[in-house]
Design a protein around this ligand. Sequence first.
Ligand code: ZN
Length: 173
Amino acid sequence: MALLTILTWPDPRLKTVAAPVRQFDARLATLAADMAQTMYAAPGIGLAATQVNVHERLVVIDTSEQKNDLRILVNPEIIWKSEAKFIYEEGCLSVPEIYDEVERAAQIKVRAQDLKGEFYTFDAEGLLAVCVQHELDHLLGKVFVEYLSPLKQSRIKTKLKKKIARGDLQTVR
Ligand code: ZN
C-alpha cells in the first residue's frame, strides 16, 4: 500500500469530471486500498479519486468513530434525495483547516458497485449523507467551498497561500 498525494484547492485538476470505472481488477483494488490508507492517515472521513489526481468514479468513506466501517463506492450514484435539508460545517482534505457550513439533502439513497462490480444500495442520513454528497461532488469537479460566496472563496485562497508561504502546506500547484 502507498500514501497518495492529495491535490489542494484551487488546483485546476480538482475540476476534472471523473469517468466511470469499467475494469474491476487488481489495479482498482490497489487504488482503493491506497486511497483508504491515505484517508485514514490524513486523517479524514472521505476521499474521492479526483483528489489524488485519478479521474475515475471511486470514493472511499469511513464516518465511524472507531474507523472500522470502510465503504468503497465504485460508480456511485445518488438515486433519491429528501426534500428535507441538513446544514453541516464541512471540511475537506483538499482545503486544509478550512470549515464552513453547506446545506445538502438530509437523507439520500445511494447505488454503487463494489470492487467486484456487484451493485448494492444503501440509505444515508446525517454525517454519512453529507459525506457521500461531498465526495460525489468531487467526482463532478466540485469542491465544497465553491458553494460559498465569492468573497469567502477569495479569503480561503488567500489563507491557503499564506499557509504555503509559511511552509505549513507542502504543495499547491
Ligand atoms: Zn473533499
